[in-house]
Ligand binder design. Sequence first.
Ligand SMILES: CC(C)(COP(=O)(O)OP(=O)(O)OC[C@H]1O[C@@H](n2cnc3c(N)ncnc32)[C@H](O)[C@@H]1OP(=O)(O)O)[C@@H](O)C(=O)NCCC(=O)NCCS
Length: 440
Amino acid sequence: MTDDIRDRFRNLPVDATSQRAFADRGLEARLVPAADPAFPDWLRAVRRGFLDSDPTDEQVAATAERAGDRRNTGVYDPTGAIPAIPVGTVASWGSELSVPGGTGLPVSAISAVTVAPTHHRRGIARAMLEGELRAAAAAGYPASVLTVSESTLYGRYGFAPAAAAASWRIEPRRAGWVGPEPTGRVDFITRERFRELAPGLHDRVRLATPGEIEMPAGHWDRFARTRPDAEKAAELRAVQWTSDAGAVEGVAIYTVAEDHDDYTKSKVGISYLLAATPAAYTALWRFFLTLDLIGEVTARELSEDEPLLWMLADQRAATVTVTDHQYVRIIDVAAALEARRFDAPGRLAFEVSDPIGLSTGRHLLEVDQTGTGRVSTWEGDAAPSDAVLVRLGIAELSAVYLGGASPLTLARAGRVESTDAAAAARVLGWHVRPRLSFWY
Ligand SMILES: CC(C)(COP(=O)(O)OP(=O)(O)OC[C@H]1O[C@@H](n2cnc3c(N)ncnc32)[C@H](O)[C@@H]1OP(=O)(O)O)[C@@H](O)C(=O)NCCC(=O)NCCS
């Protein structure tokens, strides 16, 4: 079923309404599959959009290999000096978003959104994004997801930050360890071994954390620097943790930056720490916090709510910076809500508005004692009796969907209206803080 949606989505033509918007501007859009001879120029435009250099042949080949599942769109200006290089780009592909309750919601993931500075602020990005959402709806995706270069870009299309990412900076000598004493053993491994082990471990754990998506094709090679186009691969170190029973349940990769003036102030940057069990988590963090000569350990895209904090004797040894990270845009409200579980029973009558009209509607969510929700529509002037009325935009519903933002907080911020925002918060909250552990 999921594969059907993915194929259907990848093969959908460019959205007709967007195509008209491009034509009004003298532009034309078309799909650029990775095998298309136009792909290198499409990639050139993407890299230029993200302030990067032109790709080498090796980078084109590596990117094409991992982009086979993607729906790449290029917007072209036939009157430009180099018409083969698109003035607008976007890529999308079918993925699965972990939602509360350990389920994967089929979603379209969007990336590579760029508009050439020669053509920006003429509505090209808007036409591309709205087209992406209509294509996702046409394929049957109940939601779309993306990560952002700037926080201000996507709210206008109904996206909202739904899972945060936290950067942690720890002074290991000050921190002190009050966590459990680790069992098992930590060993150095090759980057290639990390590359082999990581996908299986990630698949074991990703559904337990709302906000994660499937690791996009090519990302493990990027983390492990195992592609021929990888830079500074030799700087990367990798370790694994093995339980007393002999099972490898955790891996990590990291770099070390020596401080030549004072060796004891050298720094470790953890690129990815993946633990499938609490014991692996404990042992790997204990390893990093007891390295000799290291004055600072950093890690990014962690949770705001890491058990690690409670393993430190001095919590002020950790500086945690939280940023908006995983953006979600619900498209089909009923399908999205029914796919997740809830921590508390209740009846919520949503009145949802949508800036682009895809998801406007009235939905009654009824959550039973087991935390399962059923959604129906409601009509008339008044919300159904006994139901809490929640009036909000699709972005606000997307923000609370994974349990990351509270409807009560959004009500206090003037972003949600409700007859009982606290009751809505109890139903929509979730006991695991959402998180996304990488960029895409
Ligand atoms: C961000 C980018 C894609 C916008 O493209 P664009 O074609 O200029 O955008 P549009 O003209 O379609 O603008 C659409 C809306 O976004 C707004 N907008 C565009 N760029 C913005 C920015 N940097 N900050 C805030 N708002 C912005 C516009 O004002 C417009 O608002 P409105 O339609 O609600 O009135 C383009 O500037 C770009 O390529 N930037 C560099 C790469 C990048 O950051 N990409 C995003 C990756 S997540």
